[in-house]
Design a protein around this ligand. Structure first.
Ligand SMILES: O=c1ccn([C@@H]2O[C@H](COP(=O)(O)OP(=O)(O)O[C@H]3O[C@H](CO)[C@@H](O)[C@H](O)[C@H]3O)[C@@H](O)[C@H]2O)c(=O)[nH]1
Ligand SMILES: [Mn+2]
Length: 776
C-alpha cells in the first residue's frame, strides 16, 4: 500500500498544520490505491491479451476440429477480458468509527432461515444473539432491532427465539460491561479467557454466562426431541403451508429472573416473522421473498433507515462492525447504497481443497470492483439504505426523500395496500429523529405486520421488481445489486478489516464435495439466467453502460462465468481424442504456434499465481493449485449443469430451485475436508461429467503415449509428429495431475466409504469407453 488518497474534502487522517484551519468535520473513511498492484495487473493484462490474440490469429479453422478449438479460445479470451475490469484498480478502505457524531440513525438487522433440519436453531440463535449484542449507540433504546424470518414456520425456531431473547437479557449487558469483542456466544465461550484469575470479575461473570448458555443449549436440545413442541407441524407441510405469523418477543413471567439483577435491561427488539406459505401460491421467491417480507414488517415496527442483512449461518464476529459500516454511509459526498463486508468462514481448512474461502471474490475481485463503483451485493454481511432498497434513485446531496413527492395512490401501487406501510415510507426521510422504544409495539402493530407478510400482499404491487429484493433470479443478491442499485446509478463500498482485526462476520461453508458443487451450480445457473437474458444482460444495459463500461463488464463476467463450461468441454475432449489418434492440435509450420501456446499458458498461470500470492502470501502455491483443480472440476460440473439449468429456466421448461446448503455442526463437520481429502459421499450425477472426462484423459494419455513411442522409433516424419504432439502430451499430463483426486476416489480408495460412489465410477467407465469407441 504505497499511497493514500482520500477522495472528497477534509483530511484523510493526516496531520493538520497551524496554517490550515482544522476541517469542520473529519472524514470518517479513507481510500487507498495500491499503485504497485495496479501497475502489475495492467501490465500482465496487456501482455496476456497480446499473446492470446497472436495465438488465435495464427490458428487455422480449416477443419471443424480446429474451428471448435478457436471457438473455445475465443470464449476464454472473452471471459478473461471481462474479468480484467475487476483487476484494473484495486483499492482498500479504512474506517474511523471514533470520529462518528452521535446520535446514529437506526439500524434494523434482518436474519433469514428456512429449514430447522439443515439450519439447526442453535446456530441461527447464535447469529441472532450476535446481532443483538452489536456495539451500537442507543442499541437498547430502539436504535438497533433484530428481525428473524423463518420460512419453515417452525415452532422449534419460535421457541428458540423466545429462549434466545431471555438469554440476551444477560448476554447483551455482559458484552457491554466487559467490552467483549466477539458477540457470538458459542464462539466467545469457546475461546480461552485472557486473564484467568479465578475471582476476577470477568471470570465470575463469564462462568455465570456460560452456565446460562449451557442451560439454553440444553433446553433447545430437549425441545428438539419433544413431540409436543412441534405438534402437528410436519416437514412436508413446513415450507408449503402456514399462516403469516409475527411476534415481537417479550419476556414471559417465567423468564423474568434471567436479566441482570432483576432490573429492566434495555436490549434490542427481537421480532420473529414467518411469512405466509401456501402450496397453491405461484411463487414464494425463496430468500428474496423472505427478505421483502422482513423489509415490510420492519418498516411497520421500527422503520430504521439502514438495514444489516445476515444469512442465518453468518454470525457477527466483532461488535464494532455496524459502527464501522456507518462511517461509509455517513461520510460519502455521494451516498452509497450499501456497504459490503467480505464473507469469511469459520470452518475452512488451511489446505482448502474446495476453494471455500472464495479468495477469487472477497480477497481479490471485490477490491478491484471497489475501485470502479463498488463491489457486487453479496447476500449477507452488508448494510444497505432502506430508501435505496425501496427503489429510490441516488439522491443529489441536498434532496429530500424521493418518496415524499409521491402521492398516496402511487405509493400504494408500489408498496401495497397498507396505510401503515405507506405512512412508514413517507416518514423515511425524517428517520434521523425517529425513535421507537421497544415497548411501543402494540398488538395492532403485530396484526398489521402479519398482514404485510401474507402471500397475497405483494400481488399487483412493485415488490420484487420496483421495490425491495429482485425476484426472477435465485442469486437474488447479484441481481438486486445490479438492477436495483448499479443500473440506477448507485455505488457501493467494500470494507475488509485487515489483521490484526478479526473478521467482521463469520459464516459456514459446505464441507462435502456434493454440497459444494450444488451450491456452485445454483450460483452459476442463477447468474447465467441474468447474463443470457435478452432483457437483463449487463452488456446490453444502457444505463449501466452509461455510468461505467468496466463495471458493466465486471457484472457481465459473473453473469456469463458459467460459459467456461463450453471451452472446458472442448479442452477436456478434443486434445485427448486427437492425441490418441496422433493428430496434432497445436502445430505450426514454423513452430511459432507451439511457442505461443506455451506462452499463453504460462502467462495465464502467472496471473493466477500473482493473484494468489497477493491474497495468500505464504499459502500462495497451495492456493494456486487448489484453485486450478477446483476451477477445472467446477467447469465441467457446477458450471456445466448451471448452463443446462439456466437454459431450461429461460425456455420455461423447468424453473430453478434454491437448494439450501446444510449447515452441519462444527465438531464432526468436514473431517475429511479438514484433512485435505476429497469427500465424495453423496455425489450424484452432478459429478459424472468430471469423472468421465477424467477417465477419458487418463486413457488417452496412456494410449497416446504408447502410440507416440511406436512412432518416434520409426521414420523421421514420425519424430516430427511427436514434436508436434508434445503440447497435447503436456496438457494431458497437467489435467491428469489436477484430476488425480478423482482417479484416486474412483480406483484407489476402494474400501473408503467416502470414495466416488460405485454407480458413478461404473457409469464414467462406460461413457468414456463409448466416447473412445465412437471417436477414438
Ligand atoms: O427459501 C429460502 C431459501 C433460503 N433462505 C435463506 O437464505 C440464506 C442463504 O442460503 P444458503 O443455503 O446458506 O445458501 P448459500 O449458498 O450459502 O448463500 C449464498 O448464496 C445466496 C444466493 O444464492 C446468497 O443469498 C447468500 O447470501 C450467499 O451466502 C439462508 O439463511 C437461508 O435460510 C430463505 O430464507 N428462504
Ligand atoms: Mn450459507
Amino acid at each position: 500500500m504505497d499511497s493514500a488518497t482520500a477522495s472528497g474534502s477534509g483530511s484523510g487522517g493526516g496531520t493538520t498544520t497551524m496554517a490550515t484551519p482544522p476541517p469542520l468535520r473529519l472524514r470518517l473513511s479513507a481510500v487507498h490505491v495500491n499503485k504497485a498492484l495496479v501497475a502489475a495487473n495492467r501490465l500482465m493484462a496487456v501482455v496476456h491479451a497480446a499473446l492470446v490474440s497472436a495465438f488465435i490469429a495464427r490458428r487455422t479453422t480449416s477443419t471443424p476440429l480446429h474451428a471448435a478449438m478457436v471457438v473455445a479460445d475465443l470464449t476464454l479470451l472473452f471471459l478473461w477480458a471481462l474479468s480484467q475490469a475487476a483487476m484494473w484498480r484495486p483499492v482498500r478502505r479504512e474506517a474511523f468509527p471514533e470520529r462518528l457524531l452521535l446520535p446514529l440513525p437506526g439500524l434494523d438487522v434482518v436474519v433469514v432461515t428456512a429449514d430447522p433440519d439443515k439450519e439447526p436453531p442453535l446456530g441461527v440463535m447464535n447469529t441472532v444473539l450476535s446481532a443483538m449484542a452489536l456495539d451500537y449507540p442507543g442499541g437498547g433504546g430502539g436504535r438497533l432491532s433484530v428481525y428473524l424470518s423463518d420460512d419453515a414456520g417452525s415452532p422449534l425456531t419460535l421457541l428458540a427465539a423466545r429462549k434466545a431473547y431471555a438469554f440476551a437479557r444477560a448476554w447483551v449487558p455482559f458484552c457491554r460491561k466487559h467490552a467483549v469483542q466477539c458477540p457470538c456466544p458459542d464462539r466467545y465461550l469457546a475461546m480461552a479467557l485472557p486473564l484467568a484469575g479465578d475471582d476476577d470479575e470477568l471470570a465470575v461473570d463469564r462462568r455465570r454466562i456460560k452456565e446460562m448458555y449451557e442451560a439454553f443449549k440444553a433446553e433447545l436440545e430437549a425441545a428438539s426431541k419433544d413431540e409436543s413442541v412441534s405438534g402437528s407441524w410436519t416437514k412436508a407441510k413446513r415450507q408449503q403451508d402456514h399462516d403469516a405469523y409475527v411476534e415481537v418477543i417479550s419476556i414471559s413471567s417465567k423468564d423474568e429472573d434471567q436479566g441482570d439483577g432483576g432490573e429492566e435491561v434495555p436490549v434490542p427488539l427481537l421480532v420473529y416473522v414467518s411469512r405466509e406459505k401456501r402450496g397453491w401460491w405461484a411463487h414464494h421467491h425463496f430468500k428474496a421473498g423472505a427478505l421483502n417480507a422482513l423489509l415490510r414488517v420492519s418498516g411497520l415496527l421500527t422503520n430504521a433507515p439502514y438495514l444489516l442483512v445476515l444469512d442465518c449461518d453468518m454470525a457477527c464476529n466483532t461488535r464494532s462492525s455496524a459502527m464501522e459500516a456507518m462511517c461509509f454511509h455517513l461520510d460519502e459526498q455521494h451516498p452509497i447504497a450499501f456497504l459490503q463486508f467480505p464473507q469469511m468462514f469459520h470452518n475452512l481448512s488451511a489446505n482448502d481443497i474446495y476453494t471455500n474461502d472464495l479468495r477469487y471474490i472477497f480477497h481479490t475481485r471485490w477490491f478491484g470492483l471497489d475501485g470502479l463503483r463498488g463491489p457486487i451485493l453479496s447476500g449477507t454481511g452488508f448494510i444497505v439504505r432502506r430508501d435505496a432498497m425501496y427503489g429510490a434513485p441516488p439522491p443529489p446531496p441536498t434532496s429530500s426523500s424521493f418518496f415524499s413527492s409521491m402521492d398516496d395512490a402511487e405509493l400504494r401501487a408500489r408498496f401495497g395496500d397498507s396505510d401503515r406501510l405507506v405512512e412508514s415510507v413517507k416518514q423515511l426521510h425524517q428517520h434521523q429523529q425517529q425513535l421507537q422504544p421497544a415497548g411501543s409495539c402494540s398488538s395492532t402493530a403485530e396484526e398489521d405486520a402479519s398482514s404485510v407478510a401474507s402471500c397475497a400482499f405483494e400481488a399487483g404491487t412493485g415488490w420484487g421488481h420496483q421495490v425491495g429484493f429482485m425476484y426472477q433470479c435465485v442469486v437474488e443478491d447479484y441481481f438486486t445489486g445490479y438492477r436495483r442499485f448499479f443500473a440506477r446509478g448507485w455505488t457501493s463500498a467494500y470494507y475488509f478489516p485487515t489483521r490484526p482485526r478479526p473478521p467482521a462476520f463469520l459464516g459456514a461453508m459446505p464441507t462435502n464435495l456434493n454440497d459444494v458443487l450444488v451450491q456452485n451450480k445454483r450460483w452459476m445457473a442463477g447468474m447465467l439466467t441474468v447474463g443470457l437474458s435478452s432483457r437483463y444482460c449487463p452488456l446490453a444495459c444502457a444505463p449501466l453502460l452509461a455510468v461505467s463500461v468496466p463495471q458493466a463488464m465486471a457484472i457481465a463476467y459473473f453473469g456469463l462465468a458459467a460459459l467456461y463450461a463450453v471451452p472446458a468441454l472442448c479442452y477436456a475432449t478434443l486434445p485427448q481424442l486427437c492425441f490418441l489418434r496422433g493428430v496434432p492440435l497445436f502445430d505450426g509450420d514454423d513452430g511459432l504456434g507451439w511457442w505461443l501456446a506455451a506462452a499463453c499458458f504460462a502467462s495465464s498461470l502467472l496471473q493466477h499465481l500473482v493473484e494468489a500470492s497477493v491474497a495468500r502470501r505464504r499459502l500462495a502455491l497451495r492456493t494456486f493449485w487448489n484453485e486450478q483443480r477446483f476451477w477445472m472440476l467446477n467447469a465441467v460440473t457446477g458450471q456445466l449443469f448451471g448452463c443446462v439449468s439456466a437454459v431450461q429456466d429461460l425456455l420455461g421448461a423447468a424453473p430453478m430451485d434454491f437448494d439450501l446448503t446444510a449447515k452441519q455442526a462444527d465438531d464432526d463437520g468436514g473431517r475429511l475436508y479438514q484433512q485435505g481429502v476429497f469427500d465424495f459421499t453423496g455425489c450424484s450425477t452432478l459429478l459424472l461429467p468430471a469423472t468421465t472426462l477424467c477417465v477419458l484423459n487418463a486413457a488417452a494419455l496412456l494410449g497416446g503415449t504408447w502410440r507416440m513411442l511406436m512412432l518416434s522409433s520409426g521414420s523421421s516424419g514420425g519424430a516430427r509428429l511427436v514434436g508436434d504432439l508434445f503440447p497435447q502430451l503436456f496438457l494431458l499430463c497437467y489435467i491428469a495431475a489436477l484430476s488425480y483426486p478423482l482417479l484416486e476416489g474412483m480406483f484407489l480408495r476402494l474400501h473408503d466409504p467416502a470414495r466416488v460412489p460405485t454407480r458413478i465410477t461404473a457409469l464414467s467407465l462406460a461413457l468414456a469407453a463409448l466416447l473412445l469407441a465412437v471417436f477414438g
